[in-house]
Design a protein around this ligand. Sequence first.
Ligand code: PSU
Ligand code: MN
Length: 302
Amino acid sequence: MNNLFEISNHVQKAIDLKKPIVALESTLISHGLPYPDNIKVAKESISAVEDNGSIAATIGIINGKVKIGLNEDEINILAKDNNVQKVSNHNINLSIFKKENAATTVASTISIASTFGIKFFATGGIGGVHLNAEDTYDISADLYSLSEHSNYVICSGAKSILDLNKTYEFLETLGITRIGYKTDYMPGFWYSETKHQVDNNFEKVSDISNFLKLNSKLKHNKSILIFNKVPEINAISKEQINEWISIALVRAKKNKISGKALTPFLIKEINNFSNNKTLKANVSLIINNANLAGKIAKNFYS
Ligand code: PSU
Ligand code: MN
């Protein structure tokens, strides 16, 4: 393309051979999870995708260059360096301009993946409408990016720290299809189920990929969310999660945390309160989603 982007040989080969590719984001490595769990998740997500016959492309920015397919050294930089920027669609170009190391969110990762024709993407929980958004207007760019591109996104719903009622409704407003894999309800990230019904529950991977195949013929130019619940042994009750969230929100207010710093702050606080039970759940659901993404992508292209 040009020298602002660099596709790894591994991913380039997959593109040339029309192999299934699953994009992975890097903000959860730099800002979502602590070291060294972040390295473990980054590596195990790649293995989970590739064990199922697809190719993983972790996306991030190293010295201002957008990398499609970060190697181990580059993942280490994003996992360990404290100066890594969190870039969404509004500030990614500035990190490129300033030759920074930066991690891409769901919003910017799918924008980049789309540029290179990569359809599948796996993450933990997407961003959404924050609690109190009526006052703050804090609505993640993830939602808009999902409506501007047509990616297939495997996730455990939106993060529990958000207003999941408003997020669910806003997804519908934006035309984003919400399907479940073995679930009738949108998951609540750290907890298994919200009260919100999915647009359709599919019990089999092949049914999902058949639906996606039809969808690509319909030229539905919005993304599709495929909801996968947190593995049952790591799921936490909704009541317990909400208790931790309310304490974390008070602390965020007291410390005047807002904007793009809010999501990482709340996650960190809640990991502390929960004695890392939420961290454990987060790690397991991300890898579980990468695993499912690898399966669906493989099935879609065969
Ligand atoms: N999922 C996780 N942990 C994370 C994120 C997602 O399990 O840290 C990141 C994603 O990169 C997502 C971002 O795009 O949080 C949302 O941030 P914001 O609310 O500032 O848009
Ligand atoms: Mn925000």
